[in-house]
Design a protein. Sequence first.
Length: 474
Amino acid sequence: MPRPASSQWDFGGELFPKEATRRVFSVSELTADIRRVLERSLGQLWIAGEITNCRLQSSGHVYFTLKDASAQISCVLFRNDPVTGRQALQDGQKVILKGELTVYEPRGQYQLHVLCIEPQGVGALQAAFEKLKQRLADEGLFAPERKRPLPRFPQRVGLITSSTGAALRDVLHAVRRRHPALEIIFVPSAVQGAGAAAEIAAALDLLNQWSLSPGQKLDAILVTRGGGSLEDLWAFNEETVARAIVRSSVPVVSAVGHEIDFTISDFAADLRAATPTAGAEILTEGVFAAARWLPEALERMGDAVRRRAASEQRHLGQLTQRLRASHPRRPLNRRLQLLDDLHSELTRSMQRELQERRLSTRNLGLRLGRLRPTRLLLQRRERLLQQQGRLREQTQNRLRSLRRYADELAIRLRLLGPEQVLARGYSITMDAGGGQIIRSAGETRPGQKLKTRLHSGEVQSVVAREGRRKNYEE
């Protein structure tokens, strides 16, 4: 029978069991055990849902959330995994994923390691967005011709955003930095969740009514919020907001989300800004640029005045120089100076000529002294006598040579003359009247007188008949 408890705190044993009877897990051990249990029990599985909060990190890994109507799960797709269909990872896209369920131990969060992606179709929100966008575009709400330009120097703007969001701080910081004098009429509104679209549309109508009051005209209205998923930005995709923007009599700037985010309000607004800060910068660009332009303009004006003063000073100097140049004394001074130059040049010319003449006279004297005419005449006479002797000797030699040559020609002539032939017993018969030499009997005629020359004397004859002749000696 158990021992009864002696008090209300007596449990019949130790309040805390001994260390040997319990196991104390560390957080890391428990998380590791849960990860092993999940991986062993489930392994690879297929899961369907809609993508939201999809973001690509600089490391190349993609993180997103897969959700359905009542739950969501974190997913990761690592850069080096050979997975096709990465282009389907967009907010609002319905997909079927194959992956391994695991636990991310540093945060104790279970997640799906994606190994395969199959698009399931366009997400409901994305489909609703495209349908509304097309319908409003067909009505002409996005037409460029209905867009109104923003004033260059706005003095008062309306601001619609959440009073607790980062967009409000970003806009106010940009305005204080670029245009501190800009008056902002702030209307807080929910920018996410149920009823947010109606609040934004009501805020737009309220600012338009307020702008109609005397002295309270608004120059523009900025509708903005920070980035988020497609669901977070859905209030700006509602038709009520788009139509409130279109019916606004004040130009509206839509600055919703980040640069990659586009909403229906961006298409309906008169101007779209990529971020809340960009929207504030667009509204303050005129004043900010003018504030930068004013010092530059002053500097340019100062430069222009200095350049004009320098130009006028140069012109005054030129006029002064022209006045001095046109003074009557200037031409006289120039002529006097020219006269001095001519006088100096004439003096130098005379000195040069005199010096040249002196130098020429000295050279002639030197040459005359070197020549000595008496000795030159003696040399020329002696040379003349020598040349006369050589000429006489050459003449005599030439005459003797010509005589010998004439004698040789005479001997050759005598040897070749007819007398030598006649001395050898030959004779020459000629026509007595004309003296032509008869070389054949055919050249004679009857009764023709012939003369035959012998070595000693001549014989005349008459031709008796053809081929015969009669000789007689005178």
